[in-house]
Design a protein around this ligand. Structure first.
Ligand code: GLN
Length: 476
């Protein structure tokens, strides 16, 4: 599969048609999806949408920087008229009544939306095994998980179904599957991309971002998606903080290496791959700065209080009456209980129970408020660290892609796989996973983090790294 930049360049110059690009994607899905279960549905309008792009180009119109680029959406982002189930049974019959802001912006830039990707139910999970529609499979080894929650999106790009897929990242759901599938995954700064039309999971943590093969492609699609939106009051205007714009290479870049992220007991091979990546920066003239993030060890605990709390609140709307799956009981309460009991899977119910408990009267001071204070301390750690460095380099995931079923019955070990990713969401900073090698034929991800609204430094560091390595060029 070509990069998005190449497809758009060729389509804009008339060298190829949008229709041919979309057909190539649909053919790849046709032959590969049965095995991988990456997509839950293909949009019937894709070919017609591509032809419309071709017609407009033939008429001399500028259709935008993503001309003819096939894009996969995560199943929690609204595309008007298309099924949108969030991987859940409770929305198995739900069709989106309007377009999400990202949907509109991608289309306005000439992209063609081709299908919706499998995911952990309502984006809770790290393996896609919590999907009501069965797990997605890792294209590097189909007996293994692709990561989650945006696992289907990651597989779609890694398997060559599309050059770009969107994911949402609340605690790592873009970066972790990107790492496990050997591609690029970016969680932008909180407020960078509008969530209007994204099914809310944890409103103070959620961000939409891209999966791509190259950092250039991620930057391109971000240029289209980002920026203020009156439908999401948390969004910020373009351009804020893009200090590193147009600086290239690693010379003079200050790369922070947090000692708390390289602890004894972590997978030695992952540690080595990540430290080798850091050495590439050093060789090219970057300054390597040892840093400390002392509150990091409490991040996971804080996340698994705040996240379920907000999720329990956001998921209250799925009551079996307003929309989605309904199972009628004798009383109103029984209808709620049956609809939610049958419509939600086990993990979703676990989080609702947990979130309701930690925010209930008498407990919220001890749990929710305390976790919020820890969150402030985590943010301060990063503020301190970024006085001394421009980007932070760390692993994305503590383990390689594991076997399907291995952690499914043990929620705590599943939660532990988020240990390196949740801090960026709690601190609202941008973070990106870039492929940095293979261990036993399975991909490893390098996580880069930067100051709020300084995605530019991530692009700079990521582009430099991809220019001196070829891990991202290998295909599953
Ligand atoms: N794995 C994390 C969780 O289960 C993160 C999910 C996400 O980022 N959506 O909550």
């Amino acid at each position: 599969m070509e990069t998005a930049i190449n497809i758009a360049t060729d389509v804009r110059s008339g060298k190829r048609t949008a229709e041919s690009a979309v057909r190539e994607s649909l053919d790849a899905i046709e032959s590969g999806n049965e095995k991988l279960n990456a997509l839950l549905g293909v949009f019937a309008s894709a070919i017609e949408d591509a032809r419309e792009i071709d017609r407009r180009i033939a008429a001399g119109e500028d259709v935008g920087v993503l001309a003819g680029v096939p894009i996969v959406m995560k199943d929690n982002m609204l595309v008007k008229g298309e099924r949108c189930s969030a991987g859940s049974r409770i929305l198995e019959n739900y069709d989106a009544p309007y377009d999400a802001t990202v949907t509109k912006r991608l289309r306005a830039a000439g992209a063609v939306l081709i299908g919706r990707a499998n995911m952990d139910e309502f984006a809770m999970g790290s393996s896609t095994e919590n999907s009501h529609y069965g797990p997605s499979r890792n294209p590097w080894d189909v007996s293994r998980v692709p990561g989650g929650s945006s696992g289907g999106s990651a597989v779609a790009v890694a398997a060559g179904f599309a050059p770009i897929a969107l994911g949402s990242d609340t605690g790592g759901s873009i970066r972790q599957p990107a790492a496990l599938c050997g591609i690029v995954g970016l969680k932008p700064t909180y407020g960078r991309v509008s969530r209007h039309g994204l099914m809310a999971l944890s409103s103070s943590l959620d961000q939409i971002g891209p999966f791509t093969r190259t950092v250039e492609d991620a930057e391109l699609v971000m240029s289209v998606m980002q920026g203020e939106d009156e439908m999401d009051a948390t969004t910020a205007a373009d351009g804020e903080g893009s200090k590193a714009e147009r600086i290239e290479g690693a010379k003079g870049l200050r790369v922070g290496v947090p000692k708390e992220y390289f602890v004894d007991g972590m997978d030695e091979n992952i540690k080595k791959s990540v430290l080798d990546a850091v050495a590439e920066f050093e060789r090219a003239g970057a300054e390597i700065v040892p840093i400390s993030l002392p509150t990091a060890e409490y991040a996971l605990a804080a996340y698994y209080v705040i996240q379920p709390c907000e999720a329990a609140s956001n998921l209250g709307r799925f009551d079996g009456i307003r929309f989605g799956y309904s199972s009628e009981g004798q009383t109103l309460l029984e209808t709620y209980e049956r609809s939610r009991g049958e419509g939600f899977g086990a993990e979703t119910q676990r989080r609702i129970i947990l979130g309701t408990f930690v925010s209930s009267a008498g407990y919220s001071d001890a749990f929710y408020k305390k976790a919020s204070k820890v969150r402030t301390l985590i943010k301060r750690d990063f503020d301190e660290a970024f006085k001394r460095c421009d980007v932070i380099a760390a692993p994305t995931s503590p383990s390689l892609a594991w076997a399907i079923g291995e952690k499914f019955a043990d929620p705590l070990s599943m939660y532990l796989s988020d240990i390196y990713t949740v801090s960026a969401n709690l601190a609202t900073i941008p973070a990106m996973s870039v492929p940095c090698g293979f261990v036993d034929g399975l991909p490893v991800g390098l996580q880069l983090m930067a100051r709020p609204f300084d995605e530019a430094s991530l692009y700079r560091a990521g582009k430099f790294y991809q220019s001196v390595t070829d891990h991202h060029l290998k295909t599953a």
